[in-house]
Design a protein around this ligand. Structure first.
Ligand code: NAP
Length: 244
């Protein structure tokens, strides 16, 4: 039997949430009694992740895994529709999917840049467009996971270019939707120890200060938890000791 919380708890849709910052955020939201839809490209990986969560939280109905490519508008729109159909509402979307080719303009792979711009910039824009009608209804919030690389340039780095565009998308979106009662938060983390770094030439996060995925998840959940009428727009979270 469904409890009151099952039908009224806030609903969040997060992209690329089966690992790293996304997975930590989902765990925190579930611990707070929320409901979550999570997208990813690999159906099998998503289903395994959802099964893990069901065991961990003793709750089979609070997670909806949706296989979707975040650069395909039809798939993103279908993910939003599936979320609203399953849970009856949508309170937050988190554009979290993203990656870096870890190269630069001199030595990077142009095909990887194309993919990176699509995933890191177009994907979040598609999510905003697809989710806006439901978010206007709920007076919800859009969270975009950017980067300190989107605030401070690093030499010739196309990832930095993509995240700078995302920083701009956040403010573009805010001025579009704030009058409709929808909030927008850019979360810009510094270095975080996640699978993001598995494609780095060193195969791991570079030596030096790092955050955990949980540190960033705490910032996301804090932004989502602001009271009605409060719009936190930019949260920059660096590990102490990270210069830029
Ligand atoms: N780790 C850091 O140091 C750091 C710092 C600043 C900002 N960020 C940002 O934080 C966000 C989350 O990253 P994370 O650190 O948690 O890394 P992560 O564990 O690798 O998670 C990123 C997710 O993005 C999706 N993704 C990766 N490559 C993709 C591609 N080519 N096409 C579509 N989706 C793709 C993946 O989902 P599926 O494979 O399931 O589709 C993956 O689960 C990203 O936007 C990243 O840019 C990370």
């Amino acid at each position: 039997m469904k409890t009151e919380q099952h039908t009224t708890a806030p609903v969040t849709l997060i992209t690329g949430g089966a690992s790293g910052i996304g997975a930590s955020t989902i765990r925190r939201l579930l611990a707070a009694g929320h409901r979550v839809a999570v997208t990813g490209r690999d159906r099998g990986r998503l289903d395994r992740f959802a099964a893990e969560l069901a065991t961990e939280f003793d709750e089979a109905d609070a997670v909806l895994p949706v296989a979707a490519d975040t650069t395909d508008f039809g798939a993103v729109r279908a993910a939003v529709e599936a979320t609203v159909e399953r849970f009856g509402r949508l309170d937050h979307v988190i554009a979290n999917a993203g990656f870096s080719d870890h190269g630069n303009l001199a030595d990077g792979d142009p095909d990887a840049w194309r993919e990176m711009l699509l995933v890191n910039v177009l994907g979040p824009a598609l999510l905003v467009k697809a989710a806006l009608p439901a978010l206007k209804e709920s007076g919800g919030r859009i969270v975009l996971v950017g980067s300190t690389a989107g605030i401070k340039n690093t030499p010739g780095n196309m990832y930095s270019v993509s995240k700078t565009a995302l920083t701009s998308l956040a403010e573009n979106t805010r001025v579009l939707v704030t009058g409709a009662g929808v909030g927008v938060t850019l979360i810009a983390p510094g270095r975080v120890d996640t699978p993001f770094w598995s494609t780095h030439p060193d195969g791991a996060v570079p030596a030096g200060p790092v955050l955990t995925a949980g540190h960033v998840a705490d910032a996301v959940v804090w932004a989502l938890g602001q009271p009605d009428g409060v719009d936190v727009n930019t949260v920059v979270v660096r590990p102490t000791g990270q210069l830029h």
